[in-house]
Ligand binder design. Structure first.
Ligand SMILES: *[C@@H]1O[C@H](CO)[C@@H](O)[C@H](O)[C@H]1NC(C)=O
Ligand SMILES: *[C@@H]1O[C@H](CO)[C@@H](O)[C@H](O)[C@H]1NC(C)=O
Ligand SMILES: *[C@@H]1O[C@H](CO)[C@@H](O)[C@H](O)[C@H]1NC(C)=O
Ligand SMILES: *[C@@H]1O[C@H](CO)[C@@H](O)[C@H](O)[C@H]1NC(C)=O
Ligand SMILES: *[C@@H]1O[C@H](CO)[C@@H](O)[C@H](O)[C@H]1NC(C)=O
Ligand SMILES: *[C@@H]1O[C@H](CO)[C@@H](O)[C@H](O)[C@H]1NC(C)=O
Length: 283
């Protein structure tokens, strides 16, 4: 069975090609998510399989090494939720880990994984990993509020929005730091809750719109946006560079129901000295 090992990667990847599938395969996408989670729990990149020859690992917006066979933080996964984007052949997974083997403070991770649809090999793992010192980070509170939201499931067809609409919701939101017209173009739902690090807006307030305590017109829009869009779940995740927050690596995930914004989950890396996560800090 093919195991991830950086040095012998090109040969092994080539050897795994004969069973190539012709189209993006949902099960293959979810298999890789399981392998990633297994890696978090073992503190090893080893479980990752079906890696493309040109594989790249990006952690907190910087290319990093992913190395098999070496032990990093062991982090039992306390919560996971995945979006599947069959058009882009990609997934986004939100992971909450309460503890880890290094400092015990856990980690909250947002990871986009991109596959080549011709053989479903993984060519990009693009992760935002937050820990102590990152923007209002608190894994315990994040887990609590993520679990309060029990209605993130598949939407009825009549409640769904198109791919273009979902992307526009995210873009208008991430533009509003600079563009005041974009603020008004966001379909603010009511109620709407925003989970941002361990902070939560609109607790028990059915009138909350997620516009609460949002600064607008304060600086540049987010750049370097990477999208994963799941129309069945009505969600879009965007990884980006958050200009207003000193170019912090960021993930913003949006859930849209009946055309209106219902939930936002944000993670922002402001402690760049030691990003936590499965893999080592970037030199
Ligand atoms: C991920 O979440 C699902 C339920 O949503 C659960 O069945 C599964 O065990 C979780 N995986 C891990 C690694 O915790
Ligand atoms: C790797 O290959 C995939 C197609 O398999 C392509 O979409 C992607 O851009 C390539 N990545 C790099 C860094 O060249
Ligand atoms: C880790 O959590 C402990 C409490 O569990 C806290 O006292 C400590 O300050 C935390 N460390 C960091 C770096 O946040
Ligand atoms: C930044 O992260 C490191 C490693 O997790 C931690 O020791 C340090 O206390 C963090 N900084 C702050 C301000 O919490
Ligand atoms: C501001 O946002 C609005 C609404 O999405 C858009 O029509 C307009 O083109 C944007 N302006 C700029 C300068 O990007
Ligand atoms: C919601 O808004 C209505 C009408 O503006 C108001 O009467 C009600 O008190 C508000 N509820 C909360 C929880 O703020």
């Amino acid at each position: 069975m093919l195991r991830f090992c950086l040095k012998s990667l090109p040969i092994l990847a080539a050897a795994s090609l004969p069973s190539a599938r012709a189209a993006c395969d949902r099960d293959a996408l979810l298999e890789t998510v399981d392998e990633w989670m297994m890696g978090q729990e073992m503190g090893l990149a080893g479980p990752l399989q079906n890696i493309a020859a040109n594989f790249t690992y990006v952690q907190n917006n910087r290319v990093a090494d992913i190395t098999g066979g070496q032990l990093f933080r062991i982090m039992p996964v306390d919560h996971n939720r995945t979006l599947v984007d069959m058009a882009a052949c990609a997934t986004y997974t939100e992971l909450i880990m309460l503890t880890d083997s290094e400092d015990g403070n856990g980690s909250v991770v947002g990871v986009q994984i991109r596959h080549d649809p011709s053989d479903n090999s993984v060519f990009l793992i693009d992760a935002i990993t937050t820990g102590p010192g990152d923007w209002v980070f608190n894994a315990m509170r994040t887990l609590h509020y993520a679990e309060v939201e029990t209605d993130w499931g598949t939407l009825e067809p009549s409640q769904r929005s198109s791919r273009g609409y979902l992307k526009a919701v995210a873009d208008n939101y991430l533009d509003m730091w600079t563009n005041l017209t974009a603020v008004d173009a966001v379909p603010w739902g009511q109620p709407c809750n925003r989970l941002e690090g361990g902070e939560y807006t609109g607790q028990g307030n059915a009138n909350d719109t997620c516009k609460t305590s949002i600064p607008t017109g304060v600086g540049p829009a987010d750049t370097n946006r990477r999208y994963v869009i799941d129309e069945e779940v009505g969600s879009v995740d965007v990884l980006s560079t958050f200009g207003v927050m000193d170019n912090a690596p960021d993930s913003h995930e949006f859930r849209v129901v009946n055309g209106k914004l219902r939930y936002i989950h944000a993670m922002t890396v402001t402690n760049l000295t030691a990003p936590s996560g499965l893999f080592p800090a970037i030199p």
